[in-house]
Design a protein around this ligand. Structure first.
Ligand code: UTP
Length: 632
């Protein structure tokens, strides 16, 4: 049998010194490795990771597991911009900064950036919406849906959860139908009359990919062309076990590096490497919109926000909501460094107050005369101008400034409670932009724009009074409230809500008014379809499935469902028009409390704390061409 030295001499190993310092387990296995695998092993040894080979068995034992290990290393290496060596180097620097308690914003002074504050339904809002709808055919939509959703604790993927249980439409269906409605409306307005298919990208991860694909495939992509939808899977990153950034091995498998999600910031590098951005650019696209998995209100804010991007020519437009001082939501701030650097960026709420105090704002994070913080609350929905985005990514490859958040065992900060990893956030994209980049924000009312579902019922019930629950209960109720308020603004009389407690959370229960995105994409459209003498009582449910349904003079006290079909081309515009008039009265659909611990109730229902008992309703279907009238 050849000696290790003889075997090594046949390999192309630069210098060979590294192999001499490699653990015996690796040295004895080197002859069996391919040149690429040797390179990876060398990189690990040279970056101080010899420990991962210490337990390697003699050649012939566990060879498949060693191969799998090196395959995993290769994946971790290629999926990270700059490779694993660069990951380890950055990790060491960030871990040292974290140990030293260094503030990433040291030397920066915050001020309020320039942005647009919108009031729902006024002329300005309507103008922005109109522009946004026109621009939508030049936009691509990117849903980041790779998160684990640990706080929610739901067993399925979050995008499969019903956004509301009146229609049972899940988030993914709602998002796709919203994009399709925008596509249709935008193409109708196109001066050259050309059609387009708005690209829809979903970033998944190993935790969500297969189930997301299954949800799409088993539902015919919810009406979208499969070729319009592209799934990009993010990879996890290596875990680190100490301040030297030594890679953590999986406790249950010593031939595997432990990995964890890297955060939604991965979306930029993935989009860049996919080649999609250039394709979109060549096809005349101008905008990329990023959004998250469980915000049932978002598309009510999208048209106006896109209009703001187009009119103000923002390279980056962050959607925001009014923020109360010290509220647990990041603030969008302009940061100016003593050395002249500036950036407009999300500053996490726990960093904003100390930063303000350290830079001359003696009271820190406080409300101004409007009763809100002057720094708008970031809701992490971004609109980027495609051209400048591509130019920036050519420089960065889509790498986003990372952070590390180790949970230390004690104040000495020398060891961790459990392994950590680098993370990055998509909203940190502007950190590398030049000071001349047009980075702004659009503020909309929270009731219109933001109701994410992040917390499980137990944690939501513990949220201090006055703060948002961000639960499945509040996420659903927010949709009813928004739709009720929009109808009110459009001239209808909608009864006040009642207060009820579900899963320990006190919520406002408005009439359950739900419509398909194509019925009411913008405020003007809703206003056009609702007469001024309509009324809806608090106990009512109104479900509008179809585009051309005109609620002319309806008095509703119960449940009413109207289904207005379309032909195969989705052509309901001229073919079908339903006008609704008169009084509809029945026992309606009643909300009944359920206990979230009651395992006999499906999980997606019990996490809300209520289910809908469909006692009595009037349902009308209009699936024949022509004009129809429902006169009750
Ligand atoms: P969240 O902050 O809700 O995180 O992510 P999460 O991981 O889904 O949930 P928790 O923190 O474990 O409870 C915001 C958005 O970013 C996506 C999520 O799917 C969600 O749409 N995300 C998060 C990714 O796509 N990838 C990630 O690595 C993390």
């Amino acid at each position: 049998m050849a000696s290790v030295a003889e075997s090594l001499s046949g390999l192309d190993i630069a210098g060979g010194d590294w192999a001499a310092s490699a653990p015996p387990g690796l040295r004895s296995n080197l002859p069996a490795l391919s040149p690429d695998q040797v390179e990876l092993a060398k990189m690990l040894v040279e970056t101080g990771q010899s420990r991962v080979f210490e337990h390697w068995a003699d050649p012939g034992v566990d060879d498949d597991r060693k191969k799998a290990f090196l395959e995993q290393v290769a994946r971790l290496d290629t999926s990270y911009p700059g490779g694993l060596a660069s990951y380890i180097k950055t990790a060491r620097e960030l871990l040292a900064d974290s140990k030293a308690g260094k503030n990433p914003f040291d030397g920066f002074t915050p001020s309020v950036p320039s942005g647009e504050v919108l009031t729902f339904g006024d002329d300005n809002f309507i103008n922005f919406e109109e522009t946004g709808v026109k621009e939508a055919r030049k936009a691509a939509f990117v849903l980041v849906a790779g998160g684990l959703g640990e706080r929610l604790g739901y067993n399925g993927i979050k995008v499969a959860l019903p956004a509301e249980t009146t229609s049972g439409t899940c988030y993914l269906q709602h998002y796709i139908e919203s994009v399709l409605a925008l596509q249709e409306a935008s193409c109708r307005l196109a001066e050259d009359g050309s059609g387009t298919q708005i690209p829809f990208v979903i970033m998944t991860s190993d935790d969500t990919h297969a189930r997301t694909l299954h949800l799409l495939e088993s539902n015919g992509y919810f009406g979208m062309q499969p070729s319009q939808v592209k799934l990009l899977k993010q990879e996890k990153v290596a875990c680190l076990e100490d301040n030297d950034a030594r890679l953590a091995l999986d406790p249950s498998d010593k031939y595997k590096i432990q990995t964890k999600p890297h955060g939604h910031g991965d979306v930029h590098a993935l989009l860049y490497s996919s080649g999609l951005l250039n394709m979109w650019h060549d096809a005349g696209m101008k905008w990329v919109l990023f959004f998250q998995d469980t915000n049932g209100l978002l598309f009510k804010a999208i048209p106006a926000a896109l209009g703001v991007s187009a009119i103000r020519q923002f390279h980056v437009n962050s959607l925001a909501v009014p923020r109360k001082a010290k509220e647990a939501i990041g603030g969008i701030a302009k940061l100016t460094h003593a050395d002249g650097r500036t950036m407009v960026i999300n500053v996490e709420y726990n960093q904003l107050d100390p930063l303000l105090r350290a830079t001359g704002y003696l009271n820190g994070d406080v409300n101004d005369e409007t009763g809100f913080s002057p720094f708008p609350g970031n809701i992490n929905q971004l609109i980027l101008g495609l051209g400048p985005y591509i130019e920036e990514l050519k420089k960065t490859g889509g790498a986003i400034k990372e952070f590390v958040n180790p949970k230390y065992k004690d104040a000495s900060k020398t060891s961790f409670k459990s392994s950590t990893r680098l993370e990055c956030m998509m909203q940190d994209y502007p950190k590398t932009l030049s000071p001349t980049a047009a980075v702004g924000f659009t503020v909309m009312d929270t009731w219109l724009a933001y109701a994410p579902v992040k917390n499980n019922p137990e944690d939501a019930a513990k949220v201090p009074k006055g703060n948002p629950y961000h639960s499945a209960t509040s996420g659903e109720m927010a949709i009813y409230r928004a739709n009720s308020l929009i109808l009110r603004k459009a001239g209808a009389h909608v009864d006040d809500p009642v207060t009820q407690v579900f899963n320990g959370q006190e919520v406002e229960v408005w009439p359950r008014i739900v419509w398909k995105p194509k019925w009411g994409l913008t405020f003007s459209e809703v206003r056009r379809k609702v007469g001024s003498s309509c009324s809806v009582s608090q106990k009512s449910t109104l479900l509008l499935n179809g585009r051309d349904i005109f609620i002319e003079d309806l008095s509703l006290d119960g449940a009413l469902i109207i289904n207005a079909g379309e032909d195969a081309e989705g052509n309901s515009l001229i073919l079908r028009k339903v006008t609704v008039k008169g009084r509809v009265e029945n026992k309606g659909w009643i909300l009944e409390s359920v206990d979230y611990k009651d395992a006999s109730v499906p999980e997606e229902i019990r996490i809300r704390g209520f289910r809908i008992n469909k006692v009595e309703h009037l349902e009308k279907a209009y699936d024949k061409p022509g004009k129809s009238r429902l006169e009750a």
